[in-house]
Design a protein around this ligand. Structure first.
Ligand code: AKG
Length: 308
């Protein structure tokens, strides 16, 4: 059994209210992608109740492959919320205006403008990031469920941050072994507002909700024990305790190394795809699509541990 599969099962998964195994689930299997990460889950309908055996299988596959792709899922937002909650409590995004009506746990990621107003966060993934790394307890994982897809573009890229760490030169590993870095939601906010003027000014209460935090630059995955780089161009502002220029140079080097093609999986969305990734192991980026093409996905975000 791999180290990943023998990892302890967290209490959210262990105690999740699930059903007895059904014969329908007997065909469930995991087909890994070629390349640095990712797998497709075959034979599972997320609109149906899940058995504990299936949940444990998904949990192990998520730890091992970091991105799970479920094809052709005809699920409601409530079913997405219910499935997400099997892995932990959900987090609510600071931009409340892009919550799905009646479902505060669902963030609408979309470039669609209706009646002159954006219906969602259109540039959520413009910079490489790990979701909510600017919080004391960043996200364990996120799910995106495709609602409307453009004919052209709109892919999502995922970078394997374990591989990124493992392949660093030994001298850099030594340099960052005990380093800590600040993460701030505000780092790119003005730049994003410049590109997308519909982005609201944050209220003082929102600014207080996203106070900068400091996390280790090399993070230990709480379930597998694997080390991963935990810095991103979207949210990491500086490495603490070293001069500004040295911090900027080191971060630039780490960002560039992290997203080398050998570390990256590109997800080309198909209708009704549901994608569940591990924010403790990955960064991601939205590749973008032509502005005149409609794109809409629903995101749920599961709370994780304080990084160490
Ligand atoms: C996010 O929701 O954090 C994203 O980065 C969105 C990714 C996408 O739209 O492809």
């Amino acid at each position: 059994m791999s180290a990943v599969l023998s990892a302890a099962v967290p209490s959210a998964v262990k105690n999740a209210a699930v059903n007895a195994e059904t014969s329908r689930e007997a065909s469930l299997h995991i087909r890994p992608f070629e390349g640095p990460l990712g797998a497709e889950v075959i034979g599972l309908d997320l609109a149906q109740p899940l058995s504990r055996k299936a949940l444990l299988q998904l949990h192990a596959a998520h730890l091992e492959h970091h991105v799970l792709v479920f094809r052709d899922q005809r699920i409601t937002p409530q079913q997405q919320v219910n499935f997400s909650r099997l892995f932990g409590p959900l987090q609510i995004h600071v931009l409340r205006n892009f919550q799905l009506a009646g479902h505060p746990e669902v963030l609408v990621v979309s470039n669609i403008v209706e009646d002159g107003k954006p219906i969602g966060l259109g540039d959520a993934g413009h910079f490489w990031h790990s979701d909510l790394s600017y919080k004391e307890r960043p996200s364990l994982g996120s799910m995106l469920h495709a609602q409307e897809l453009p004919a052209e573009g709109g892919d999502t890229l995922f970078a394997n941050m374990h591989l990124a760490y493992d392949t660093l030169p030994e001298a850099v590993k030594r340099e960052i072994r005990y380093a800590r870095a600040e993460h701030s939601y505000l780092k790119q906010y003005a730049e994003l507002q410049r590109r997308s003027p519909w982005r609201p000014n944050l209220t003082q209460a929102q600014i207080d909700e996203v106070k900068p935090v400091v996390h280790p630059v090399v993070r230990t995955h709480p379930e597998t024990g694997r080390q991963a780089l935990f810095v991103s161009e979207h949210f990491t502002t500086r490495i603490v305790g070293i001069p500004e220029d040295a911090s900027a140079a080191l971060l630039k080097e780490l960002f560039a190394h992290s997203v080398k093609p050998a570390h990256v999986y590109r997800h080309e969305w198909r209708p009704h795809d549901m994608v569940f990734w591990d924010n403790r192991s990955l960064m991601h980026l939205a590749a973008g699509c032509p502005a005149d093409q409609r794109r809409k996905l629903y995101r749920t975000t599961i709370e994780g541990d304080v990084p160490y």
